[in-house]
Ligand binder design. Structure first.
Ligand SMILES: Cc1cc2nc3c(=O)[nH]c(=O)nc-3n(C[C@H](O)[C@H](O)[C@H](O)COP(=O)(O)O)c2cc1C
Length: 215
């Protein structure tokens, strides 16, 4: 089984995320390949990012500034794939979601893992710009962001009374994205098991340390 973590990116009371997430979880669970865990950021009140070399302690098993940050890093380390459900706030992702990504610090917990996204918004923009930003964040976290995503405009009316999307293309897009997520998750899990290069930032530092000092 592939370990899939679904992250809910909005935490505010009355959030529209609660219309979207049950359907996302249901579709992911409908496959026998994913072992699904929902990481609702409401249940993860991570402190505003404040890590530094002094809060890390042992690099091989960092302590961080707060036990919850450590738990967050260890939990994400278990994942083979990440699926983020995000609204669009000011043409980007909510700050609480960005903070959750920032908090994955020196553990490289997301490295060489695929990222899928479901975006939504109250208007016609459908979370597209939030997803574009999220994909940039993912690259810096050394993830593999998927090309195919699910976008949901006018989220307040996008689901019927049974919780199914009213636009059939939403479900089609979800199937395509989950197919790709499965493929990448299993390929990258195999790749990670066979051996990974050290993170590029560490390799650059090591290579620079070998260079003769400039006079
Ligand atoms: C702070 C804030 C900023 C927003 N900015 C945008 C935006 O840039 N583009 C957009 O289409 N919708 C925007 N919206 C509308 C949200 O996409 C919409 O309210 C959505 O339901 C928010 O998701 P949530 O209810 O799960 O938090 C914004 C909403 C909030 C609260």
């Amino acid at each position: 089984m592939l370990n899939l973590k679904i992250v809910i990116g909005s935490t505010r009371p009355t959030r529209a995320a609660d219309r979207v997430t049950p359907w996302v979880v249901d579709r992911a669970n409908s496959r026998d390949t994913f072992d699904v865990e929902v990481l609702d950021l409401r249940d993860w009140p991570l402190p505003l990012f404040q890590e530094h070399m002094g809060s890390i302690g042992d690099f091989a098993d960092p302590t961080y500034s707060d036990p919850l940050v450590r738990k967050w890093n260890l939990t994400l380390k278990e994942a083979d794939a990440l699926l983020v459900v995000t609204p669009e706030y000011l043409h980007s992702i909510p700050g609480v979601l960005k903070n959750a990504f920032d908090s994955v610090f020196v553990s490289w917990a997301l490295r060489n893992k695929p990222l899928a996204a479901v975006g939504y918004s109250g208007g016609i923009a459908a979370g597209v710009r939030a997803i574009e930003h999220l994909m940039d964040v993912a690259i810096e976290a050394e993830m593999v962001p998927l090309r195919d995503t699910v976008i949901i405009p006018r989220v307040e009316t996008a689901f019927d009374s049974q919780g199914s999307p009213v636009d059939p293309m939403t479900d089609v897009a979800m199937t395509v994205m989950l197919d790709d997520l499965e493929w990448w998750a299993s390929l990258l899990a195999k790749g990670r098991a066979e051996g990974e290069l050290a993170p590029g930032s560490l390799r650059i530092r090591a290579a620079m340390a070998q260079l003769p000092e400039t006079p």
